[in-house]
Ligand binder design. Sequence first.
Ligand SMILES: [Zn+2]
Length: 380
Amino acid sequence: MSKNLLIIDAGHNEYVAGKRSPDSSLLEWEFNDDMQRRVKKRSEEHGIEVFLTNPSPAKKNEIGLSTRCNLANNYWKNQGKPTCLFLSIHANALDDSWSSANGTETYVCNNCSNNSVKAAKLIQNQLVKDLGTRDRGVKYNNYYVLKNTSMSGCLAEVAFYSNKTEVEILKHKRNEITEAFVKAICAYFNITYIPPKSSNTTTTSQPSSNNSKFVKGDYNKPVKVTANELTVRSGRGVEFKELGILKKGEVVEIWHINTAKDGGLWGSLGYNGETGFINMSYVEPTNEKPKPVETLKPIQIGEYNAPLKVTADSLRVRAGRGTGFKEVSTLKKGEIIDAWTIDKGDDGKLWTSFRYAPSSTPETKGVGFCSCEYLEPCIK
Ligand SMILES: [Zn+2]
């Protein structure tokens, strides 16, 4: 079997100035380095040999573009010039501040081989498909590492870290980015792509299928959160105020889906009495029913008419509001009562009334009183 060689060139090193998101939450060298490790591991699982021109970019200055090219060219020659693809991995930025520029683009150099264009198209199309990013296309530019490497090659700009939505893709969709690269690399080498065995280790979301499932318009159906944490915002876009967080597996009903300023799809939902918005890339359609959104009622004097849960190991039920009254029953930890009216007892603390037994019970007619000290608001 002839050997397939993938040479990965991870862009930039830690001490290169700039090359970070405006909030410094994403460092481009770290993204490029993490991606090369992930793509290497998964490519090797497909029997592809992988060589890294820049295996350890941490705590280093730039190794130099000619060094990168020499390392690639020499390795390839020493291996007997096998079928080879040079892949330079980068993330994009417009400038040092947040902006709306977005999308994925892949570069080849002018007068490059047909195989370079073939690889670039495969990578570009797969990234766009799996990440749901805007397709900026395959572009021609005489980047040094493309012009001065002997084998077929391309340079991928996965997404913009100067864009608030896309920086989240670069931070949280690394499995998807990896698999998109590996699918394209397999297609390039004519190898059958094998999905990862443990696809549930980090993110299990499938944005490619999600994006095709969600379209603009009324939705009125439940969806399940696939990201570990999903921020609910006051508008369609990361520039809006945070209202709260949904956790992985939570089910919510989406009312309406529309595009945000950056082109991403956002859905509206009822959230704590307000209208909230979430990015639809991090949810999937589900048949599960959303949990009713109930807010816990604070314990205070007045009509309560809501459930309360026993927090003590055992809680005495008395015939009146206070420890001076006769004990009529006992509740166990975790038991839930339908509290009626909360008022001060003869001990100065809050007590609630509730029906602890059928009304046929003589004497008290089944109405009992408990100290609120050992009760907490709950959802039934
Ligand atoms: Zn770069």
